[in-house]
Design a protein around this ligand. Structure first.
Ligand code: TXA
Ligand code: MG
Length: 350
């Protein structure tokens, strides 16, 4: 398949590329498009054949459900069985924006979308291109992140191209996404609601609107083989560059020293080592490739740079990435969740 790329103005999307992309979606094709979190790989959510093509293009396990994207709050009524007050309040407050809510699904949503689950995750993205595209398509759009399964999510059209060239019909290039990490995923089908994946909206902001929520254990740790996270996606190694990733956790100076000594050991073995550093620490490492993701004082900035930096290690031919752990406050919870998954649970405490 030949993959087309169309440039589009991220603030004021031109009608022409949007029309062309909407036509592809209506015809059952696949379109990668920017959202405020990461690029998504969209298909008509009501067309099981089109949705099946998403799974093939990404190499995604069939039991990993997709989020359905809408362009208008009203569309939710047609996707979920009931809209509880809690959901309505969250939607009013945080949409459009990086919050996905899961609720019992209407029967006409194909099973392939939800991986056989009885709930569906719905979100209204806060990106002019995504909104214009979904509106023009006129149907809800199922869209996972537009990466090959297991890889870091794409934050630019180039990242999408790197993974999916030849596998999708069209990429809408709207430049860099903003948040850089995926939406917060909240399952509202149970009481109390469960945070399945931290993301662009902070849990504390959700709690201030609907009260206490539960946090799925998979948010903090990689689960054992037999354990079942609420979000099927959380059980897979994910967000990973080709290099092996190792996270070092502890007091900062001890972390610096440990990373240097680990790096020395790996280099002795002849392996090419990289360090994921912060602005505060980039000078302390004696390692060939040191990539900085921003200041510890600016976690949103770090969030927006995380996936692209993980991809950059691959371009530097790095085989082992040693990463400093980061504070788990605010969006830092999401950053550390992604970093731990990228490391497949390899976290060293010092
Ligand atoms: O920001 C985002 O959410 C991006 C953009 C493109 O919107 N999308 C995204 O989709 O991150 P994806 O497929 O890469 O991640 C969706 C996650 C997966 O871990 C999946 O298992 C989980 O959400 N999920 C989807 N539907 C679910 C459901 N009904 N119940 C529990 N988890 C669900
Ligand atoms: Mg994904």
């Amino acid at each position: 398949m030949k993959t087309r790329i169309l440039k589009v103005d991220p603030r004021r999307p031109e009608p022409e590329p949007i029309r062309a992309a909407a036509e592809v979606l209506r015809g059952g094709g696949l379109v990668a498009f920017p959202t405020e979190t990461v690029y998504g790989l969209g298909a008509n959510a009501l067309d099981p054949e089109a949705v099946a093509a998403i799974f093939r293009a990404k190499g995604r396990p069939a039991d990993n459900p997709l989020i359905v994207h809408v362009a208008d709050r009203q569309w939710v009524q047609e996707l979920v069985k009931v809209l509880p007050d809690q959901a309505q309040v969250l939607i009013d407050r945080f949409w459009p924006g990086p919050l996905t809510v899961a609720l019992p699904k209407q029967p006409h949503i194909p099973d392939i979308v939800t991986g056989g689950l009885s709930t569906v995750g719905v979100r209204m993205p806060a990106h002019p291109v995504a909104l214009a595209l979904i509106k023009a398509a006129g149907v809800p759009i199922a869209a996972p992140s537009a990466n090959l399964s297991g890889r870091p999510s794409p934050t630019t059209a180039e990242d999408v191209w790197e993974d999916l060239n030849g596998r999708v019909d069209l990429i809408l290039d709207g430049g860099e996404t903003g948040v850089g990490l995926e939406s917060t995923f909240l399952d509202l089908s149970t009481d109390p609601p469960v945070l399945c994946r931290p993301g662009g909206i902070n849990p504390s902001d959700i709690c201030s609107v609907i009260g206490p929520i539960q946090i799925d254990p998979s948010v903090y740790a990689n689960l054992e083989e037999h354990e079942m996270p609420r979000s099927p996606g959380q059980k897979y190694t994910h967000y990973a560059p080709k290099a092996e990733v190792l996270v070092v956790e502890g007091a900062l100076e001890t972390v610096h020293a440990k990373i240097n000594s680990l790096a020395y050991e790996y280099m002795q073995e002849g392996r090419r080592v990289g360090v994921l550093a912060t602005a505060e620490s980039r000078g302390v490492y004696q390692v060939p490739v040191v990539l900085e993701i921003g200041s510890r004082k600016n976690l949103p900035m770090i969030a927006s740079a995380l996936f692209s930096t993980l991809r950059a290690f691959d371009r530097h031919g790095v085989e082992v990435v040693l990463a400093e752990s980061l504070p788990e406050e605010g969006i830092g919870l999401a950053v550390m969740n992604r970093l731990r998954k990228a490391a497949g649970g390899r976290v060293i405490r010092v």
